[in-house]
Design a protein. Structure first.
Length: 210
């Protein structure tokens, strides 16, 4: 999309609210981070979804410093089995933090997963979900969102992970048919899921994550 106007950002915020989600906009990541930390009470068990946005903001480390039990399956040194175990625990966390692959102008969240632990926890499990989204992920509609996942998010994640997929080599999606394929589970959240009591979207006026 072209540069977003204040009117467009306000439109997204209002549509998210209409979709039964709490929504806030902050011009920079520092202010957004303060808001996120305010929403996490002392002693809360926090699940961390696979998200470059959260890592770029340094949120996992801050939560550990504050004494929270942080369920982070990206933590270094974990075996594949241990990562899967931590991913399953996300659904039993008090609060789940993640980002989204795309956010439409009418307030829909589009995500693609390989194992499904992230999208599952956004839909059912934790009573509170907080999604942090940079303005680079705003798209006009569902078609643009799905295209963004294939052309931007998935290839860059595969490259970061050094997956043996064609897109990891040149960042071009060929809708591959390989065992290493990352795009396996696609979800579209149109309104706050009934199983989530509080679903907050924090929109940040910076480019964050993929």
């Amino acid at each position: 999309m072209k540069a977003l106007t204040p009117e467009t950002i306000d439109r997204v915020i209002q549509r998210l609210k209409r979709n039964e989600m709490e929504a806030h906009y902050f011009p920079d990541a520092a202010e957004a981070k303060e808001e996120v930390l305010k929403k996490i009470p002392p002693g809360a068990k926090v699940g961390i979804g696979g998200s470059m946005t959260l890592r770029e903001m340094g949120i996992p480390e801050l939560l550990v410093d504050k004494g929270h039990e942080v369920l982070d399956h990206w933590r270094e040194g974990l075996s594949k089995e241990k990562r899967q175990e931590v991913g399953k625990k996300h659904q039993r966390s008090d609060i789940f933090l993640t980002s989204t692959n795309a956010l439409t102008l009418d307030g829909k969240l589009i995500n693609v997963d390989a194992t499904g632990n992230r999208v599952t926890s956004m839909i059912l499990g934790p009573e509170k979900v907080i999604v942090i989204c940079g303005i680079n992920k705003i798209v006009r509609n569902l078609n643009e969102g799905l295209a963004r996942v294939k052309k931007v998010a998935a290839p860059r994640n595969c490259q970061r992970r050094r997956d043996p997929t064609p897109c990891a080599q040149d960042l071009i999606c060929r809708n591959c048919d390989t065992p290493a394929r990352l795009c396996r589970v696609t979800t579209i959240i149109e309104r706050r899921p009934w199983g989530i009591k509080e679903f907050a979207v924090i929109l940040v006026g910076e480019e964050l994550g993929y």
